[in-house]
Each structure stands twice: as structure tokens, then as C-alpha cells.
Design a protein around this ligand. Sequence first.
Ligand SMILES: [Zn+2]
Ligand SMILES: [Zn+2]
Ligand SMILES: [Zn+2]
Ligand SMILES: [Zn+2]
Ligand SMILES: [Zn+2]
Ligand SMILES: [Zn+2]
Ligand SMILES: [Zn+2]
Length: 1749
Amino acid sequence: MADGADGGPGAAGGRLPAHPQWCDERFNFQAMFLKCLAKHVPNIYSAEMDPLLEKQEEMVQAAILYPLECYLFGEDPDMFLEKLQQSGTSQLCGKVFKGGETTYSCRDCAVDPTCVLCIDCFQNSIHKNHRYKMHSSTGGGFCDCGDTEAWKAGPLCTKHEPGASGSAKENSEWQLNEEILEHSRRVFPSVIKYIVDMLVWEEEKELPPELTIREKIDSYYCVLFNDEHHSYDHVIYSLQRALGCELGEAQLHTTAIDKEGRRAVKAGHYASCQEAKEEIKRHSENVSQRPLHVEVLHADVMAHQKFALRLGSWLNKLMSYSSDFRQIFCQICLTEEAGSEKPCFISKLMLWDAKLHKGARKVLHELIFSSFFMEMEYKKLFAVEFVKYYKTLQKEYISDDHDRVLSVTALSVQMFTVPTLARHLIEEQNVITTITETLLEVLPEYLDKNDKFNFQGYSQDKLNRVYAVIYDLRYVLVSKPTLWTDRLREQFLEGFVSFLRILTCMQGMEEIKRQIGQHIEVDPDWEAAIAIQMQLKNILLMFQEWCASDEELLLRAYRECHKAVMRCSTNGRSREKTVFHLCGHTLESRPYRVSADPVSIHLPLSRTLAGLHVRLSKTGAISRLHEFVSPEEFQVELLVEYPLRCLVLVAQVAAEMWRRNGLSLISQVFYYQDVKCREEMYDKDIIMLQIGASLMDPNQFLLLILQRYELADAFRKIKPTKDQDLIKQYNVLIEEMLQILIYVVGERYVPGVSNVTKEDVIMREIIHLLCIEPMAHSAITKSLPENENNETGLENVIDKVATFKKPGVSGHGVYELKDECLKEFNMFFYHYTKTQHSKAEHTQKKRRKQENRDEALPPPPPPDFSPAFNNVVRILNCDVMMHILRTILQRAVELETHLWTEAMIQMVLHLLSLGLLEEKQQLQKSPEEEVTFDFYHKATRMGSSALNAVSVLMLLEKLKRVPQLEAQKDTVSWILQMFDTVKRLREKSSLTTVAATSGSEAIKGDESTQDKEKAERKRKAEAARLHRQKIMAQMSALQKNFIETHKLLYENTLEAQGKEDTVMEDESMPSAIDYSRIALGPKRGPSVSEKEVLTCILCQEEQEVKLESAAMVLSACVQKSTALTQNRSRILELSGDTLDPLFMHPDLPCGTHTGSCGHVMHAACWQKYFEAMQLNFRQRLHVEQIFDLENGEYLCPLCKSLCNTVIPIVPLQTQKINSEDAEAVAQILSLSRWLETIIVRISGYSVKNAKGEKQNLPAFANKGVGSSALEFHSILSFGVQSSAKYSSSIKEMLILFATTIYRVGLKVAPNETDYRIPMMTWSTCAFTIQCIENLLETEGKPLFGSLQNRQHSGLKALVQFASAQRTTSPQVLIQKHLIRLLGVLLPNFKVEDTPSLLEVDMFHVLVGIVLSFPSLYWEDAVDLQPSSISSAYNHLYLFHLTTLAHITQIVVSSATESPDAQPPDNSEEARSAQSFCREVYQYTSGCFSQDIPGWHMWDRVKKGIMPYLRCAALFFHYLLGVSPPEELLQVSEEGQFKALCSYLSLPTNLFLLFQEYWDTVNPLLQRWCADPVVLSCLKGKSIAIRYPRKRNSLIELPEDYSCLLNQASQFRCPRSSDDEQKHPVLCLFCGAMLCSQNTCCQELVNGEELGACTSHALQCGAGVCMFLKIRECKVVLIEGKTRGCLYPAPYLDEYGETDPGLKRGNPLQLCRERYRKLHLLWQQHCIIEEIARSQETNQIFFGFNWQLL
Ligand SMILES: [Zn+2]
Ligand SMILES: [Zn+2]
Ligand SMILES: [Zn+2]
Ligand SMILES: [Zn+2]
Ligand SMILES: [Zn+2]
Ligand SMILES: [Zn+2]
Ligand SMILES: [Zn+2]
């Protein structure tokens, strides 16, 4: 690009890039710098639409940054910075958190919960061993390591400790030299000024003159800005419409806008950009109310703004190197222009923050973090600036629409929570007042005409922004000062008064009026007011605590608060006072009715006053109260009035008088008493009533209560009403009132109300929670209020009151209450909800009954009131109370059934108990004459002079005879005893005995009846116990019967409960008969098979399984599986269209597993069931299905397991061999003879077929096996029989199941005639056996007899099916497959594509050849199969051949291994092995090492062959039904090997097999060994699989969960370089860490976008996989693209609980049992089942798009 027209800049520019002469003092640096920028910046950033980022960066470095750094440092920048870095400059860590990163806080040492550490610092700190919490950062915070004010102990991690890095000492003296500092002072101002100027630049078209060096060209951009109003789709839509661009381009723009905050979407001339701008605005306005924010910017403006940000991050980098740089930077930022009113640079930027786009804000905030926040002194200065502009900043934030993390106001927490800084800001900047005034300025839009808040129709988003201000208030108050200065006191008080103004606007806000007649139309908004109340709760508490820490302050605050309350208590003053009489007492009051007049639940002023009042009482300052509030002003009735109304409202809601006011009121009442609010609502209202009760005349107080509860009439006379509803209403109200009276007198667990500590209070809460039931730690935590530090104080006391019970494999640990705490139980505990109350009562009564004790639950003796509250007890023995008690008792005794309830009586009894307890305690403490509390006296006095008047005591006596109150009898007895005790206490200390003998006798008489009653009760209890025992016995007999008759069902239920069922069906396990236990060869034992009668779970009818009857089927699930793979990196074919599954690779990369839940149905019944489901599905299309009917999926009708097919049950064809015949055959049928026979047979077929079609059968290479007189039919001569005849229904099912295996196993469309169907049948049979063998081994179970019922019946059916399946396929086809399989063993066959010995799994070959072999007996005319004897030989020879081949495999593959240091032995086996090795050495032309010791080779073979032998034993057992030797029913290694050899007719010295068949085997061995693959392996060029194969298990997980979090924090997405939030997940199969739920790692598979997990699962687990979402601590199971579920991670905290989402954040430890459970879930192939089960119960996950996981 050409230089500007005037030569000047060009000349200057020419000097700059190579060697700047900026250092020359003659030049003005700023001017030079700007000239340089003016020249380069527009060039570098010219291609805004499609930038080459790397190129840009290169140019910036070369042209500007490098020269700048050279000038600044005076030497090579890289070397200089390297040096600087090593000097270790800061003790503060200052790492800035990104969203989702894990932060740690120490509960023992952090000053408040906002003090956090990054993972590095945490791992290197002492807090690692403390009680810590871990959480996910929302972004924007930073690590507090090194901040001494944040930590009570251990503020530094070992990394940041001074002297930590080896040579730190000498380096710490290494400082920047004066020259560099001088240069910085020159450079920084210009750089900063440029950044500030460009960021706040508002001209769209022009640049400042210093930067305008060339003629303006008409090049503009249309720039679109990010906002939070428009969704992704809106923006994409608008862009497509406005610019006519492709979807992809629009998406690209939108993503960039979301990330960076703005982006040029069109380049061009001014006019065209302007036009685009209007278009975008117009289109976006169409889809949402607001247009998008679009600007047209000149290209040069864009360029410079971009570069300004680049410079910002350059500075940011520089800041991290040196404290000197930071200080210079901060000084410059804080400099105000002399004499100007303008804010300094940093304030300018702060004030501009809300106008900046996202990307710019990020840079700015990072810069603040890395400079100001790293230097304490400057942090303070910054905080001062911040508070100076606080109001403006907050208002800007509130009207902005970006997230809080993107606002500069989010920095407040970093400053306000630093105690010294907070104090400084209060003292010097009056920050409390500033914040409260900000609130007062932003909230008025919610004020109504009475100047109270009203949040109807509020905007949630806006209010959330207001909360941010409230948070700030909390931060400032987090740490209470220990020392008060006068200034601090004054400023705090000013703030407090200002805060009271906010409370004044809340006092009485959102008044409601009872709705009569009509239901309200719309439920009013209530959430906002309650939410603000929640936000304020801890602030209110903190204000009270601050006040309480200084007596002077407390009294002054109290005066202010009192004044404020009084100002608000004007309501109703205009009304005339009325008079209310009862029992000779009168109350004058202004009329007010909660049920008719407006009432509000919000009374923060009154409640704050109550809070200050108890603190006055606690500190003793209450004695000076009169100095601050004169008694005339005090007016306690007015203070009580509003809280009382609120409690009455609650009572009336309970009495359903406010039904028509809708749900909103119900919710408010709920929160009023809920743990989240109650401390500053309900609890304080009770305290206020206690204040009233202590200061008012007790009778007047009670009259006031009666009147406000609108119950005056109810206690004056009996209303002759028949209105049931009204009576009910009265009763509830009376109950509610009595309850409140109990609380007022009895609830004293508040420091200040009595002399209790905070610990006592928490202990009492916990005791009462645990009285309901044992609870988990988290459940207790949730039910306790949290303080400002999110602590409940639970841990300090829990062990004193409860014992911990550990969890099992599922569930969680719980705390149980210690017995000695039970006596603390108070049935009328004021924090119980109604349900909790009755649950607790029930539990405790039951417990007492079990202990054979009476059921009385009297109140525990309460602690003494503190002096200020002492008078409260007087309400117990005042006249009005006696009247209330007597009235209720009388109604009960007189059986006026409508006017009393049992609950009411319970409360009366409770109040009586409280009165008696009080008197007893007083009597025990002081001499009788001093005790003025005369409850006993009042209660035994007649109520009036009327003739029929009775005392409370007399009423109690009568109460015992009321039948409806049977349950209260014990309590009544207890009270009567108390009466007696109190009476005796009075008598003992007083000589003047009261002549109340008659009463006393009555009681005594009662005592004897009481004893009688006790005896009677005991007798009854005993009788009841005997009766129970009898019933139990009957029940258990019935149960046994039931189990017998429903055995199958029962066993499956057991399994579902996780218990393993080790019983095998009897038929396969005859223990009495001792048949030969050999499965193969002439000595073969008989098949043991009883007739099988099964019950269909659908029609409940029984049927015997027979070849010729209708088919019965087992529900089954076929799935692909990689559970046995030895090589997870192998790429799996996703579709098997071209796959040839005949041979299984020895890696076992992917198999087809068939499992069953073991439930039997008639084939016909199942078909009906399935069709019905399909029909059902079609009719209700909208219902999302858990299962895929199209693919044959259904849920087992009985156990709801997910199934996708059925296995036909084919009966075992029992066979028995006449051993004599067999021996005879043995004489002629040697292995070589047998081989010849089959070779001739095969050749014969080939000849036969060659005539017709073009044949593919092998020409037999006639080598090694001599030809003879054998002919085509010879094979038949050793014995044949006719084939089994299956019923058509069995045949149909055989085909159906085989097709499913083919379809699922190969992921292809079903095709009943495909040639691969038999292959897949054999394959799934072999693979499933291998899986089961593997499972038994890893579980340490014996091979036989330990399978679960479902596994046993599934396997049995599968093997029998596999053997029968052959009959439904063309025999020619089966023969073809057989020949190919034999080709591996008999390399003489020239079959194309025969894999080498090392490329096949031998067990798969074995299963294939055994099952396909009978096809050789096929004749055109007759359907034949080998006779029992023929089969026995066929099996024997086929098995021996495969075994020989397998031994060779093992020998070859372990040849390259060096022997372990084992003592060599010279056993016979070792010698045989040695000679065998020598043979192999010969045939491999020396590739095979001759030096391998025989004993080593024998050891390898013996170990390596085990799994194969075990699989073969399982296979032949299920195929033939021959009982296995006893040893295989136990776990014993040595015994097992011998037993296997015996069962499978093998010599225990396996090498003898070679010797026995040497003539036949020698040529085979020769060929096997000569294979190029084998040779290459022996030469070490390729690696063959070793035997035994490794048994797969889930990856090792670390014990400590934070190690995983650590790993996750290191995780970088492999696809993208940006640092946005990632969701790392760990594959538990292979340990791969993936980037889930993110577009960057989505993959296109078959035209579908799949998330990282889903696409990984396709390869790693053939679609089924198990992941750990690390940041959320959850396991995810997924299957395919559409299904998945969450599962708790196997990590538990010390309370035995999991923590999904790390919500609680307690340290977590690996639970091995649970991890093992997950492992079994995988190895048993039950993941799919688990997903289906979870989806059925948890419908929530339906909406989740698993595909993109
Ligand atoms: Zn750190
Ligand atoms: Zn650190
Ligand atoms: Zn700690
Ligand atoms: Zn049936
Ligand atoms: Zn089932
Ligand atoms: Zn994996
Ligand atoms: Zn990614």
C-alpha cells in the first residue's frame, strides 16, 4: 500500500521496523509510536472478513511488538523475558478461572467461601488435608493463593512460597535496571492512552488526526454485535435474510459473534454497509422485539480497535513478569490529568465497560487482574476508584444485557471480601452507604403509592442484576471488625440507617387481602419478594452481628431501628379503640381483623428489631435501653402487632380461610417457615411475641392474641352453630393459637432468650431431625440454616448426638440419633412441619412401645429464660390461660364432640406440662415462699363460683375416662404425677400443710389404679406378642410355598436385587448317578436331560419342550460387544455389508453377544404380545418410545429388560453310546483314517458339484495324506441316523432368531437367505461362551454350577439353537463354510483367503467346525446325520485338531518372550515341550529360538490354553449334556486343569497329543510353521496376540477425585485452540479423554453429526459405552445414538454419599465395590438393560439429545 501523500510519516516509518530510534530523547515517543501504528495497523488488519490470523500475528510481531520490546528491554526480548521469568516475581498466584474450572476452598482456613485456590495451588497447599470443598467456577474469579487476608492459615502453597524455586533468593534481589524502568515510563503511557482512546472511540468514520495519515478510502464494515436477547437461531435467520448468505456462513458469523462479541459481516462501501445494517435490523426486529445491534465502521477504525486489544494482551503478558511493570502500569492508569475533572485512564475504561464488546471486556478485565489485583497497594487504590463510580457502574450493568461475569462490576467480590480493604472502604469511602443508596436508586421503579416495594410484573433478569448489588453488601459485611474506631462506627451506622430505608420500603410490602366469594383471577407474583428476602437473610444477620460487637453501636442501632418500626406502625391509627373483656380482664385496642383487613408477610424492620433485642439481652446492654428509647416511646403492643398478624395469617391459611387467594399465598407461607427464610421471618416473629409476653401484662397479652386470632367469641360462650365448616375452622385456629402459645413459652433455644450457645441450638435442631428418622449427611445439611459462610456448624456437633452408619453397595450412609439424646425430644418443636411433627411423634411412640414403656412424650425441661425474658412464663399461670385450658378440657370431658380435637388436648396437656415443669424447677432452686409462680395453685382452683365449676386437675381425672383419648392416657398420667411431685415439693418446704387431703387421696388412689393398669398393659402386650409370633409363623410358611410355586419368578426378583443366584437347574446336575464324566470320544458319558416343562409367562400355561411341539422361546437381547477386545485402537467396521464374519481375529475386536433374562413364553404368545405393542405404538405416535419397535425391540413382559429377539428352546437330543461298539470302531477309525474319509467326502462333493455350476470347492492337494480305497460314501459307514424333525413353529423361530443375530451383529438389513447367517450363529455362540467364561474367571467363580439362572438357561438355549440352526440353511452352504474353516487346520486344502494360524481365534473355529460338521452327512435323497458313535469321534478329532493348532499358536506367540525367573523343573511335560520346540525350530528355518527352556514353554502353554479349554468344556457340556467332573464345580487351579483334560479327553501332558498323532500332525505342523505370517512374527517383525489374553477391566481410577479434576484441568480439546469451557469426559473402557457436548469435536458419521462421546462409543464399545463426566462427577451410559442414562459415579464422600454435579463439594474417594459393580454391568452386557430401566423410571432424559454428547 502506498504511503500517505505527505512525506513525513513515510520517512519516520522507514526507520522504525528494523531498529527503532525511539530511544533517542529528541523524539517525542508518543508521536513516533502513533506514526508507526498509523502506518502499519491498517495494513496488518486489512482483511477483516477473512483474516489469516497467523499471518497477522507475524506481521504485528515484526512491525510493532518486537521493536517495541527491543526498545523497552534494551536487549533481545525473548532472552530478557526468560531471565525475568526465572526470578519468580510474585507471591500471589492470581490465576484467573475460566468457566467450569474447579476451584477449592478450605472450610477450616478460608476467611470466607469466596476465598478459593486453583487446582495447582491446592494440590501444593496444606489445605489438601483439611476439610475442603470443590466447586466449578462460573468464570471470572481468581486464585487467592498468597493473599494473607484470605486464609487463617497456610496462605501460600509450596509453589508460591518465597524461596520455593531453588535460586529464588539471589533472584529476588534481581531487579529491573533504571534504564528499563525509564523506558517503561515512556512507553506505557502512550500504549495505555492509545488503548483507552481506541476502545472508547465512538466515531464510526473517523480516526483521531494523529492516526490519519493517508487519504480516507471508502472501505467500511458492517459490524454485528453480540447481545443476550437474540438466540443463536434468530441471529442466523436474520443474517441469512439480510445478507442472503448460506446457512454455513451465517453460522460461522454467529459463533464468532457469540465468542468475540462482535464481527464484521459485510465489507464494502459506506452505502452498501449502511444498507446491510438496516436490513439486519429490520429482519431481526421481525423475529424479536428488539433489533440487533449493528454498526458501520470504517476499516481503519476497526483495525486500530483490533490492535488496541492486541496491545492489551501484550501488556497483560508483560504484567505477569515483573512487579515493577505492574506498579508503573498502575500508576499511569491512576493518574488524573492535572486540574481536569476527567476520570483517570482506568476509571475511564471501567465506565466504558458496559459499552465494550465481549472480547474487549475480557482483555480489559484480565489486564486489571494481572496488574492491580497482583499488587495490594494498587488493589486498594483501584477499589477506591471502583467505589467512587460504583453507582454509575452498577446502573450501567443493570441496564446492560451481558452476563455478570462479563461486567466490570463482577470484580467487586475480589475487593470487598478482603477484610482490611472492606474496612478501609467503609471508613474512607462509606461503601455501605454507597451500596445501599445504589439499591435505593435502582429499586424505586418497584415502589407503589405507599412507598413500599411491589414486584408485580417484574423482570426476572433485571432483578437478578439487582441481586448483584445485594451480594456486594454481603461481601462487605463478611468479616466483622474486631476493633471499632469512631470513624468506622459513624460510617457503619450511617450505612445501617441507609439500609433501614430499604427495609422501610419492604416493611408491609405486597399487602394482601382475603378473598371472599370469588377466587382471585391471577395468582400474584410472589417469588421476587421472597427471593429478595432470601438474599437479605444473611445480610440482616450480619448487620445484627456487627451491631452486637459494640455496645454503643448496638444501642444506637436499636434506637434507629425502633424509630423506623414506629414510623411504619401508623396503619389503623384512625380507628377508635374498642374494649374486650374476659375473665375480669380488659383489653383496649384498635380494631383490626386479619381476615378482613390487608396484611403483609414482609416485616424486615420488626424482625431486625427483634434480632437486636435478643442481642441486647445477650450482651446485657438492655439495662441501658431506657437511655436510648424512653419507655413512653417503646409501645410494645405496637411492636407485637405486625408479627402477630403474620402468625394469624399463617393460622388462617391452615384453617383454609384463604383458599380463594390461590397458590401464591400458600407458597409465601411455606417459605415464611422454611429453612431458607425462617431465621429472619418466622423465628423472629416468635421472638417478637416473646418480647411482648415479657413486657406486657400476661392477661392483656393473651387477650390480644385471642382477639387477633379472632377467637374471642370461641372462648366466651359456646356458639350454637351447626355449620361443620365453621367448627372445623375454629378448631384449626384454636390449635394454631395453642401451638404459638407453646412456642412463646417453650422455645428458648436462642442465644439471648436463654443462656444457650449456637452449638446448643444446632444440636437441638439435629436431634429433632433425627427423631423423625435416620438421615443422610446432605439431608441434615439441607434442613439446617446456613450462615454467611455456607456453614451450618453440623460437623462440630453431629458426633455428640449421632452415630454414623456406613452405606452398602447402593444407597448412602446415614446418621442415627444416640439413645441418650432421645430425652431431648419435644413433640412441639417449632421447626417441625405438620408432617414432620406427626412422623416424629409416631416414630417416638413406636420406639417407646417397643421398649415396653408408656407412651407419654412430655416436653423436656427447657433452659431458663434470661432475665430480660423471665416474665414470659407468667402467661402460663395467668387467669386467661387457665380459662383457655379449662374451657378446652371441659369441652372434651363433656364430649361436645364438635368443639375440641385430640390435637387440641395434646397441646393443652403440653402447656400443663410446661407449667408444672416450670414450677418444679423454680421450687427446686429457691425456697417455697420465694416462688411466686403458682401454677399448681391456679390449676387446682375452681374456675368460678358456679356450682358445677371444676378445677383443671379434676378435669384431667375425668379426661382419663374419655374413650376417644385413649392414646393420651399415658400423658395424662404423667401430668397427674407431676401435680403430685409439685405438691410434695410445696409441702416439703412448707410446714403449713394445705388441707387438701381429699385431692391427695384421690391421687393416691389413682396411683394404685395406675399400677394395675400397668400390669394389665403388660399382660396385653405379652398376649399381643404371642399372637404376632403365630401369625409370623403362618406367614413364613405361606411365603415358602409361594416361593416354591413361583420359583422362576422369585429367583429373578432376587437377581434384580443384586443377589446372585448360584443354583443351577437340577436336570443338568445329577449328583447321585455316577456316569462317566467325559464329553468326547468313545468313553463319552450319556447326555443327562430330563423332560423340561416350562411355564409361559404370558398365558401361565405349562408345556413340555419337544421337537415336534409348538415352539417355546426365551426373551433375548443380541448386541455387538467389545468387552473382550485386546486392541481398542482397531478401527471397527460400522456396517458389515462387506464383512466376512467366518473367522474371528484373535484380538476379539468385536463380537456379537446374546443374553437373556431367562423368561419363557410360547412363541405364539410372544408374537401376539409384540404385535399388540406395535399396534399400540402406531395409535399413540406422540408417545416417545424407550425402545425401537422397528428393530424388534420390546421390554420383557415380566422383568422389563430390554430385548430385541427371542431364542427358540430346542430340546437336547439325548445320546448314549454303547461303549463296546465304540471301542470296536476305535480299532479302525484312527485320526489319519478319519481325516482321509472326510477329505474323500469333500473331494467327492467337489466332483459332484463341478458338473453343475461353477464350483468354488477346493481341489485337494494330495500331499501328506495317502490316498486309499476310500470312496465318497465311506463317511456314512461309521454310523448314521436320520435327522431330527423340528416342528414348523420351531423352524420359524430358528430362522427368526438367526436373522436377528445376523442383522444386529453385522448392522445390516435383515435377509433370511444371506450366506452369512450360519456364520453369525456360530460366532455369537462362541463369543457368548467366551464372555461367560471370562466373567466367571474375573468373578472367581467355578466354571460350572455358579451361573445365574438367566445366564444358564440363555446359554443352554443358545447352544442348542446353534446346533439346530444348520437344518434351516442349505447344506451346500454349510459345507462351503466348513471347508473354509477346516482350511485353517488342514493347510492341504487350497482354499482362497484362508487366514494364517495366527490370525484366527481357535475357539471360534472349533465351534464352527463342530456345528457345521454334520453337513458332510447330507445326501440328496435322505436327511442324515452322524450317529452317536460317529459324533463322538467327530467331536474328539475335531477338538484335538483345533487344540493342536491352538498349542502351536501359543508356542509361536510366546517364543519372543524371555522366561521368568522360575526354578526350572525337569518334569515329563517339560521334556516333551523341549522336543516339540526342537521340531518347530526345524520347520521355521531357525526363526524359532532353540534356547527356550522346555519348562518355560510348558508353563506358557498350560497357562495360555486354560481359557480355551474352559470355553470348550462349557460348549460341549451345553451341546451334549454330559455332566462335568466334580472338580469343575469348585475353584481350584490344579484340579481344574486335570478335570478339564479328563472331561475333554486330553492327556494332561498336552504335548503327548503331538506324539500320539505325529504322523498325521507332522505335515500339518510343517505347513502351519511355514506360513509367512508365522515367520514374520517369530522374527519379531509383527506381534501376535499372547495367551492367555488379558482380561479387560474398566480403567484404573485414582482414589482421590481431585486427581481426576486435575487431569480434566490439563485437558485441551484436540480440535480447537480456544479456551472456552469444555466438558471433558473419560471413557471408562479405554481411558480416552474426550471433549463432549461441543461442536468442535462433533464428527460426521454416515451423514449424521455425532458428539465426541457418541462417535467414540461406536469404535470403543461398538456403540455401547461408559463415560465419566469429570466436572459433574456423573457416569453416563450410552447406547447407539439415541439412548443413554446417567448413573452415580463410584465416588463417595466421607458420609457415604455421591455428589452428582459436585453440588456439595465434599472431598470424594473411590468406592471400589461400586466401581466393581459398574465393571460387572459392562462385562455382563447389562448396560443396555440399565439404560432402558433408567429411561423407564426417569422420563426426564427423553428430551436430551444423546447423539451430540
Ligand atoms: Zn493458584
Ligand atoms: Zn499457589
Ligand atoms: Zn485449610
Ligand atoms: Zn403362552
Ligand atoms: Zn424377563
Ligand atoms: Zn473408549
Ligand atoms: Zn473439542
